[in-house]
Design a protein around this ligand. Structure first.
Ligand SMILES: [Zn+2]
Length: 153
């Protein structure tokens, strides 16, 4: 089945759009650093080119976009209305490729973690809310230290 030109263009665009750290990738990177886990990024020598991996320690982390990697039950995993059959075939191929990569890695003794972008974004929001809490506490502490002489407008 040949996809119409606009779908080819869209695919090409999506391929190019990738490869700049997304917010979920940055969040995972900082979590790994916080845990003292050394990693390499986009490890092409491993199946599926994991986003983060440590070959010696044998672990790999994929940060998957819900749309392209088809997060099951996620509202982001929509299917375009046009050329549905083409997209469904393409998505099925993506899924199969992902599953094969994970299987290969596990066979090599790797622990594999998949972080879905929507999960990462939710936890970023939660963390931001917690950070804000901490910030407010600090602000209030400062304010009471200054005997409440300054009132922010
Ligand atoms: Zn999702």
């Amino acid at each position: 089945m040949r996809p119409p030109a606009q779908d080819e263009a869209r695919s090409a665009l999506m391929r190019r759009v990738r490869r700049r750290d997304t917010a979920p990738e940055r969040a995972v990177a900082s979590a790994l650093r916080a845990l003292g886990l050394a990693y390499r990024k986009n490890v092409r020598s491993l199946p599926g080119s994991p986003d983060f991996a440590n070959k010696r320690r044998r672990w790999a982390v994929f940060v998957h976009g819900c749309y392209w990697h088809r997060h099951r039950g996620c509202k982001r995993a929509t299917v375009p209305k046009h050329n549905r059959a083409f997209w469904e075939a393409k998505f099925a191929a993506n899924r199969k490729r992902d599953a094969a990569a994970i299987r290969d890695l596990r066979r090599r003794g790797f622990k594999v973690v998949v972080v879905w972008e929507c999960e990462a974004e939710r936890s970023i929001k939660k963390l931001n809310a917690l950070t804000e809490l901490a910030f407010h506490r600090i602000q209030r502490g400062r304010r009471s230290q200054m005997n409440d002489c300054v009132r922010s407008g």
